[in-house]
Design a protein around this ligand. Structure first.
Ligand code: OOG
Ligand code: MG
Length: 259
């Protein structure tokens, strides 16, 4: 048994997110393992729930090579989403809500049945209500976005913001759709949904396995962020940010000036 102070570490990460103050990576000092990192993640999200934030679903991270290479990390991870992370589509998002935010184009699923066991790829779509183009705003609480796998898991996989476009029921043929993220109309990241585990539906399969392993039921009506199709791009003030996924449509927001 380690005598790791899970609660103290969770509180430090929660405070870093709440007060937008970056911190040094924690593993060099505390040396926790992956299981402990997920325990820290759950404990720090419990602090948000205690303040009234509601669970809205989960996100997967490092489901694409582009992201693994950008961040120097090579395992699929997952984090917990709350309603406080949701921003309205088309909104002006104040960058002073964040430390050093980056945007990445994703697809987001909405579930229609409880996911309470590991699913196969064939059954995944029958658990889904719809799919939408989405932009995730990530904001590592660690200085310069530098972390180990355990650090980023403890930090709830850098989760900070979500902008989700209109849901479509077209859940077939998601495996090779064009993805383009534009800043002020200029293409910044171009890719394909195929970059997400070969088919973003596989993110639903992975989510079902991870939830089952954690003995967690993902209730009907949950969001599942499939993971970025491309590398993330740093956000600056005064930018119109859009992500377009062929046949699913476009999602957009604006960045407001820092205070
Ligand atoms: C971790 C989050 C990874 C994704 O879509 O791959 C992620 C990070 O890059 O800071 O959200
Ligand atoms: Mg992401």
């Amino acid at each position: 048994m380690s005598n790791l102070d899970i609660y103290a570490i969770s509180t430090a990460l929660d405070n870093a997110a709440r007060y937008r103050e970056e911190i040094d990576p924690l593993t060099p000092v505390h040396g926790f393992n992956l299981n402990e990192a997920y325990e820290i993640q759950r404990t720090s999200i419990a602090l948000r729930h205690a303040r009234g934030e509601l669970p809205v679903g989960i996100k997967l991270g490092f489901t694409s090579r582009a992201k693994m290479i950008q961040m120097g990390v090579d395992s699929l991870i997952w984090g917990l989403l709350t309603d406080a992370m949701l921003y309205e589509e088309g909104a002006v998002i104040d960058l002073s809500d964040f430390i050093h935010p980056r945007a990445e184009p994703e697809v987001c699923f909405l579930t229609k049945r409880d996911i309470d066991r590991p699913l196969t790829l064939l059954e995944a779509s029958s658990y889904l209500e719809g799919v939408a183009p989405a932009i995730e705003i990530i904001d590592s609480r660690y200085r310069n976005f530098k972390f180990t796998l355990e650090d980023v898991v403890a930090d709830n996989c850098s989760s900070a913001g979500l902008v989700i476009g209109a849901m479509s029921r077209n859940l077939t043929d998601l495996a090779n759709l064009g993805v383009a993220m534009r800043f002020n109309g200029r293409p910044m990241q171009i890719g394909s949904t195929g970059a997400i585990l070969g088919d973003p539906l596989r993110s639903v399969v992975q989510a079902s396995r991870l939830a089952a392993r954690a003995e967690m039921v993902l209730p009907a009506g949950s969001l599942i962020m499939a993971g970025a199709a491309t590398a993330a791009q740093a956000l600056t003030a005064g930018t119109h940010v859009s992500a377009e996924v062929t046949s699913l449509g476009r999602v957009e927001f604006y960045t407001g000036a820092r205070a």
